[in-house]
Design a protein around this ligand. Structure first.
Ligand SMILES: C[S@@+](CC[C@H](N)C(=O)[O-])C[C@H]1O[C@@H](n2cnc3c(N)ncnc32)[C@H](O)[C@@H]1O
Length: 286
């Protein structure tokens, strides 16, 4: 991918992911979420679904770029969307394929580059990605490609996880440091040196600047994930705690989201961009 060796080269993802058992976790669940990541993906889907119920697409074709295991796409496939997965990394696509097969869900799988999508103009009703855009320094080409392959009335949902140290996580960092120390992760992780992956600190404005506003009918941006990530190893890819602790945290977090909903009168997962772990950049093509 051009000169991105230092700026989020997909080969760095290859090396980073392959070395970690977390790559093989399946974060999709149909029932109640039992850990922090299941809660997160279920909540992402609910937020996207709320937007779609207000501003529907015409058809049901869905593409996830930089899909990894394709967790978000599992939700769309379960809800009768015609899903295509695309990732640069062949080995992670094999993981995604296994997960879809285990769920008995139909999917098309394509190895490819989000910078040069091998699809004609106006191909999909939704293009979505989770944790992809922040890994590129030059995002104009990515945004142009997403726009190009969208059908009229189609939505692009980009969930972006910026490199920031002033969001909600700052109040809870001490817990993770303590967990890291108590579980000896600081010794174990030292042995598993992994390549750095580039992550930008841009907010949504930077992404919106790439859009031609006269060609979109609706733009939505807001913060997402107003909860801490609690883990002995919270960096990417996120490590889960033992099951009973995850379950307890999930229950506490769900109650927190319900209270937030009561107070703010919107989905509890939505928040101020500076406060959340991530933010949404969404637009609907005219
Ligand atoms: C942070 S991971 C996110 C994975 C997935 N979206 C998830 O939610 O678990 C980023 C993914 O983007 C993929 N990727 C990186 N650069 C890419 C590119 N230029 N084209 C397509 N996929 C890319 C990586 O292989 C990796 O699977």
């Amino acid at each position: 991918m051009h000169n991105l060796k230092k700026k989020g080269d997909p080969d760095a993802f290859d090396e980073n992911w392959k070395s970690r058992e977390e790559t093989y976790y399946n974060h999709f669940t149909e029932g109640e979420p039992k850990n922090q990541i299941q809660l997160a993906f279920q909540s992402h889907f609910e937020v996207f679904n709320e937007i779609l119920s207000k501003y529907p697409t015409i058809g049901k074709s869905f593409l996830e770029t930089g899909c990894g295991r394709g967790t978000l796409s599992n939700y769309f496939a379960k809800n009768h969307w015609d899903v295509t997965l695309l990732d640069y990394n062949d080995s992670v696509l094999k993981v995604a394929k296994k997960i879809f097969r285990a769920q008995n869900l139909k999917v098309k799988i394509k190895q490819g580059n989000a910078l040069h999508l091998d699809f004609p103009d106006n191909s999909y009703d939704i293009v979505a990605n989770i944790g992809l855009l922040e890994h590129f320094e030059d995002i104009q080409k990515l945004m142009d490609e997403q726009f190009r392959i969208l059908k009229p009335c189609g939505w692009c949902f980009s969930y972006v996880v910026p490199e920031r140290h002033d969001n909600i996580q700052r109040y809870f960092r001490w817990i993770n440091i303590l967990l890291n120390f108590l579980t000896f992760s600081w010794i174990l992780n030292k042995k598993k040196e992994k390549p750095e992956v580039y992550r930008s600190d841009n907010f949504s404005e930077r992404y919106l600047n790439c859009l031609e506003m006269n060609k979109v009918s609706k733009v939505i941006t807001h913060g997402m994930y107003p909860l801490p990530m609690i883990s002995h190893s919270p960096e990417f890819p996120f490590s889960l705690l033992p099951k009973p602790i995850e379950l307890l945290l999930t229950i506490v977090f769900k109650i927190t989201l319900k209270i937030r909903k009561k107070i703010f009168g919107r989905h509890g997962w939505i928040c101020n961009e500076k406060f959340g772990q991530a933010f949404l950049v969404a637009f609907q093509k005219k």
